[in-house]
Design a protein around this ligand. Structure first.
Ligand code: PMV
Length: 323
């Protein structure tokens, strides 16, 4: 029967994490490591999923029971809820066989769940010949993420859909692709897996207890994100680095920094990076630095010496596509 292969890129947050949950902007870029999803229409009344990177082999679910999760790995929850939402929205259904393959570990915080969700909708819309523009794809994918994890600005979905570097406001209120030149990026992984909903909740509690203060931190993050947009478009990476440092201090104030992230960030700054910050929810995952190319080797080995693992990625990758 009919089958299709789709891929979507991973992402890295450059500016504005957490503030973007509260109606402020962020800037995100995609990376050249992708998730590939194969979807095949099959006879029968069940879906079958193999997702080795999240430890899923031969998982099946009857079509009538889609969306009922009981301690399922995240990868399956997102896929299954995507299928359920697609079938409900477009009043179609079919048995399916799905295989996912990832070029990056789901531990990095590169957004494997959002990339899988986006790829699933793209593939299903092709298989069922239903026209979905980027905005429609985004809205249904965002609903799916909210169904599964209750929180999420949707920035990672926008990155996976549009690709490249994107200026984004909460819930897709603004999605502005930025024509930026090659970003001089170094990525260091702490080795610690962060849980985004937990970190978002942590900030929500801090805000409940200190609303004005925390909102003013979000306002400052918003200011620097807007400024970073202008500087990135001009290719002024040195000054963008300065803003990364400022963003990092504000994230620290929000309580999402860790000793391990700090160690890598300081190591990068001390070896001459223009700026460095955590990327994403904090509590672990990755840090990023902007560097002068001549300093790349030195910054990378300083990150490794400080206990990090350098992840080689090329930013500004293409958005979701049929393979
Ligand atoms: O941990 P990540 O890479 O999924 O990034 C989370 C970014 C937040 O702003 C904290 C949450 C969100 O949905 O925007």
């Amino acid at each position: 029967m009919k089958k299709i292969k789709v891929s979507a890129p991973g992402k890295l947050m450059l500016f504005g994490e957490h503030a973007v949950v509260y109606n402020r902007p962020c800037i995100v870029t995609t990376v050249d490591q992708r998730i590939r999803v194969l979807i095949e229409l099959v006879f029968g009344d069940e879906i079958k999923i193999d997702a080795p990177e999240v430890g899923v082999a031969g998982y099946t679910k009857k079509l009538g029971l889609l969306g009922q999760h009981k301690n399922l790995p995240k990868g399956v929850q997102f896929l299954e809820t995507s299928i359920k939402n697609f079938f409900e929205k477009y009043k179609v259904k079919s048995g399916l066989r799905i295989e996912t393959k990832s070029e990056f570990s789901s531990e990095f915080g590169f957004g494997s769940s959002s990339a899988v969700t986006v790829a699933a909708f793209k593939g299903l819309s092709e298989l069922f010949k239903i026209k979905m523009d980027n905005k429609k794809l985004f809205d249904l994918a965002h609903k799916t993420v909210l169904d599964v994890q209750g929180v999420g600005s949707g920035f990672d979905l926008a990155a996976a859909i549009w690709g490249g570097t994107v200026f984004f406001v909460t819930g897709g209120k603004k999605v502005i692709p930025l024509k930026v030149k090659k970003l001089p990026l170094v990525v260091g992984y702490t080795g610690i897996k962060a849980d985004t909903p937990t970190m978002v909740k942590k900030v929500a509690i801090l805000r409940e207890n200190n609303k004005k203060l925390v909102d003013s931190i979000f306002d400052q993050i918003s200011l620097l994100t807007n400024k970073a947009k202008t500087l990135l478009l001009r290719g002024n990476f040195k000054k963008t680095g300065e803003l990364m440092n400022l963003n990092q201090e504000l994230l620290d104030a929000l309580g999402v920094n860790t000793k391990e992230l700090s160690n890598l960030i300081i190591a990068a700054r001390e070896t001459g990076a223009w700026g460095a910050k955590l990327s994403g929810a904090g509590g672990g995952d990755c840090m990023i630095a902007f560097i002068k190319e001549e300093k790349r080797k030195a910054v990378e080995s300083a990150i490794q010496k400080a206990g990090g693992r350098v992840i080689k990625v090329r930013p500004n990758a293409e958005g979701v596509k049929i393979e």
